[in-house]
Design a protein. Structure first.
Length: 125
């Protein structure tokens, strides 16, 4: 099977699960705080740490599993986990400044990008 098809299948499953988990958690806990997204992001962070460790350090599985689970499934479920895993890898290499900058800039500039996107959307709509 093509790696793109494998990624697409994993992404579709991850996206559907993200929708279901988000709706379920928000329905149970309310919408005052974005509990659904928070649960999704934290579980995705745990899963990417677990899956990447198992796939790279503990098994000799086909590279297709990397396409299916961390790239496809977790990419569809939450890209936040990729951000966190990549930051962890930089941190693990003792590049603390780079890891800190990635966190600060991604969160800060990401927030500003959302804000400017809203402003732009309101201006053209």
């Amino acid at each position: 099977m093509s790696k793109y098809l494998i990624i697409a299948v994993g992404g579709a499953i991850g996206s559907m699960l993200r929708f279901w988990v988000g709706a379920y958690v928000s329905g149970r806990m309310g919408a005052r705080f974005p509990y659904g997204t928070f649960v999704i992001n934290i579980t995705a962070c745990f899963l990417i740490g677990l899956v990447m460790t198992v796939l790279t350090e503990k098994t000799q599985w086909s590279p297709n599993w990397r396409y299916l689970i961390p790239i496809g499934f977790l990419g569809g479920y939450s890209t936040f986990s990729s951000f966190e895993y990549e930051t962890f890898r930089v941190f693990q290499s003792n590049e603390l400044l780079v890891a800190g900058l990635n966190i600060a800039l991604s969160v800060g500039i990401g927030f500003l990008a959302v804000w400017f996107g809203v402003i732009t959307g309101r201006a053209i709509a």
